[in-house]
Design a protein around this ligand. Structure first.
Ligand code: NAP
Length: 259
């Protein structure tokens, strides 16, 4: 299927590794010029080189913390008029809510709710004027089924999801859609970090926790980030103009509900 987005421009946030990088790679394969961001310069430049070599696409980089004004300004300076915006940032740490003070909550809400909203605000009117826009927010399966030790993530991402539910119905008549992609367990650095938290809480090794989680997934495996990237690219395609405000779960079938 031709996704029909060759020649489009995209900002993919937090994309030197993991799911963000996989989304950038999949978009680049479709001929999209991508701007990728991350805080660490070396890994970001390495990812850009890898995507260029694999796809031949134009890849620009914007170093910075996307949860800050400066980081967002750098991304927008590198790509002032994106047709596609993939919102992403590192996930908040696991833990017990009794240990989180106001600053911990503000960091989580800043990165996982307010940052995507500010980037949507900065880009959506240009998309509306050009009559094409695709916005995908990488959230978490925890939005549908909260994960007990990830309260910061459960809370902050639910806030973003509520906001998007309202806005996405106001932009779709202009061919600008906003959807959320909800990863279950994908094989990335983040997965290991969250499993380290779970292993510590249970007093077992990380490998034991990883194996147990793998065995309980209906797919009997973790997700491959490339699978996530492909779905993201499809959501950014010309074929999804009638799909907005949706929460698409990619979890190997872990979420047990019928709907
Ligand atoms: P990852 O493998 O740890 O990669 C995170 C990427 O984001 C890196 O490129 C990192 O680079 C960048 N980054 C982190 N914080 C940033 C910031 N403030 N500003 C700019 N770049 C930033 O993580 P992942 O697994 O791809 O996860 C992506 C998102 O999906 C996270 O929010 C995570 O919580 C969520 N998620 C993941 C899973 C999973 O199984 N993997 C499941 C559910 C939800 P720098 O560190 O250099 O900035």
């Amino acid at each position: 299927m031709d996704l029909g987005i060759a020649g489009r421009r995209a900002i993919v946030c937090a994309a030197s590794k993991g799911l963000g990088k996989a989304c950038a790679m999949a978009l680049a394969r479709e001929g999209v010029a991508v701007t990728i961001t991350a805080r660490g310069r070396d890994a970001l430049e390495a990812a850009a080189a890898e995507i260029r070599a694999a796809t031949g696409a134009t890849v620009t980089t914007a170093v910075g913390d996307i949860a800050t004004d400066e980081g967002r300004a750098a991304a927008l300076a590198a790509c002032p008029e994106p047709d596609i915006l993939v919102n992403n940032a590192g996930g908040p740490p696991p833990g017990d809510f009794r240990d989180w003070d106001r600053d911990a909550w503000m960091r989580a809400v800043d990165a996982n709710m307010i940052t995507p909203i500010l980037l949507i605000k900065a880009t959506v009117d240009g998309m509306i004027a050009r009559r094409f826009g695709r916005i995908v927010n990488i959230t978490s399966a925890a939005v549908k089924a909260p994960i007990p030790n990830l309260g910061l993530s459960n809370g902050a991402r639910a806030g973003l999801t509520g906001f998007v539910a309202g806005l996405s119905r106001q932009t779709v008549s202009h061919n600008v859609t906003i959807n959320n992609l909800l990863p279950g367990p994908f094989e990335t650095d983040r997965l290991r970090t969250t499993m380290e938290g779970a292993a510590k809480a249970k007093g077992v090794s990380v490998e034991e926790v990883l194996e147990a989680r793998r065995a309980t997934n209906p797919a009997k495996r973790y997700g491959d980030p490339a699978e996530f990237g492909s779905v993201c690219a499809f959501l950014c395609s010309v074929h999804t103009g009638y799909m907005t405000g949706q929460n698409v779960v990619l979890d190997g079938g872990s979420y047990p509900g019928t709907l």
